[in-house]
Design a protein around this ligand. Structure first.
Ligand code: 5RP
Length: 262
């Protein structure tokens, strides 16, 4: 039941629910990955099933695709959509310019492709994701498995000339084995602590052979919807410099919350 949710989950839920209200009939919408995006997909599924909302979705991971189909959303490929009206996704960190770190769930490659193929990217997040300077969250970098140790060495060499506080790089594991992305690649998590120049770092990392994509989203996000545990929401717009506040009730809907106790 929603009353059993932690304040962070409530914050994620209201941010997602507010974002779902931005989806209109006929739109092509990118659906992000992660726990906040799960709420979004559930809210949109309910709007499809009970409100007759008719839209097409391009998921950013196999998990999101499976959930979207399960809740009744019409899923298409990016190839079929060609271009998207809107992408809604979570983030691991966002700063005052709405630059992001993403990839905590290992899906940042597809997430970046989908977000940049959209007219608008809206990030949904609890207030704890807001930072002055990016970098406390380890920066995910997707690398090709072939020769990944050589790629890691080049990443570390590149970091020596970058404005960062930490330089430790760690291969992400799932159990005892290297984590695999949907594309079958590995992830290096870069423990940088503080990133002084995120744009420069993003460009430098993507020039290293073996690096597929890094988790820095620079100048891609247009709006951030911040959720709070008491139901408050803020829609922050980077271009307009506006903050629209609101509040959402926790409606105890069996459809949305039924499987939480499974
Ligand atoms: C997945 C992501 C997620 O959006 C990010 O990790 C945030 O996840 P959550 O909503 O679970 O906090 O980038 O690759």
């Amino acid at each position: 039941m929603p009353s059993d949710l932690s304040p962070i989950d409530k914050a994620k839920f209201v941010a997602a629910k507010r974002a779902a209200q931005m989806v209109e009939r006929g739109m092509r919408v990118g659906l992000g990955t992660g726990s906040t995006a799960v709420w979004l997909v559930r809210c949109l599924g309910e709007m499809v099933r009970e409100g007759g909302l008719d839209f097409k979705a391009v998921p950013t991971s196999s998990q999101t695709a499976a959930l979207a189909r399960e809740v009744g959303i019409d899923v298409i490929t990016l190839e079929e959509a060609k271009w998207l009206d809107l992408t809604i996704d979570g983030a691991d960190e966002f700063d005052g310019q709405f630059d992001l770190i993403k990839g905590g769930g290992g899906a940042h490659l597809q997430e970046k492709i989908v977000a940049t193929a959209s007219d608008r990217m809206v990030v949904i997040a609890d207030a704890g994701k807001a930072v002055e300077t990016l970098g406390a969250f380890p920066l995910p970098v997707e690398v090709i498995p072939f020769g990944w140790q050589a790629t890691q060495a080049l990443v570390e060499e590149t970091l020596t000339s970058m404005d960062v506080l930490g330089r430790e790089t760690v291969l992400r594991l799932k159990g005892d084995a290297p984590f695999r992305t949907d594309e079958g690649n590995h992830i290096l998590d870069l423990h940088l602590k503080r990133i002084g120049n995120a744009r420069q770092l993003a460009v430098a990392l993507n020039q290293i052979p073996g690096v597929v994509e890094n988790g820095l989203f620079i100048g891609i996000c247009d709006q951030v919807i911040v959720g709070y545990g008491d139901g408050r929401t803020e829609v922050r717009d980077v271009d307009k410099g506006t903050i629209e506040t609101g509040r959402l009730e926790f409606v105890e809907s069996d459809n949305l919350f039924a499987d939480l106790s499974d």
